[in-house]
Each structure stands twice: as structure tokens, then as C-alpha cells.
Design a protein around this ligand. Sequence first.
Ligand SMILES: [Zn+2]
Length: 90
Amino acid sequence: MALKVRRDEVKTAEYPLVGGGTWRVEYDETAPCKVCGEPVGSASMGGVDICPSCDCGRWRDGRKWTPNDCPPVVKESLEKLKRMMNGAQG
Ligand SMILES: [Zn+2]
């Protein structure tokens, strides 16, 4: 009756390579997404350290990000971009 947790089971994701073949990468589904900080759950096309929601620019509940309502990491890079564009004028 003991619940067996297979810790040795490693998740893998496969990405098509330019010129053929696939790149197979192992990942930890419980590792935090580098954008939203939630466990990634599954790999996205954006990589194994970004969750599928963030890859689509959405919150986990499906709401689309806006410049004022997005993960801090995204907001930061948006502001950096804005500063760079403003800075270009002097
Ligand atoms: Zn995420």
C-alpha cells in the first residue's frame, strides 16, 4: 500500500534541430520557471526553464500580460528597453 514516488524518473524534452535531428534535454518539472517562479510543469518551445504559459506571454490563469500586469522579470526588461529607446535621444 506504500505510495511509490519515482524520483529517478527524469522528464525529457525534444527540440527539432536546424538541419535535421532532435536535441533531447532532461529537465526538472518542479524547477521554478525563470520568468514567473512557478514550477515549470512541462517544457515549452522557449526552453526547459520557461513554463508554457510564460512562453505564450500569459499568466497561469490564461490572462494575457500587459505592460502594467506582467511578471517582474518581464516588466524590468520592458523598462530597460524603454530607457534604451529614450536614451538614444541623448
Ligand atoms: Zn512561467
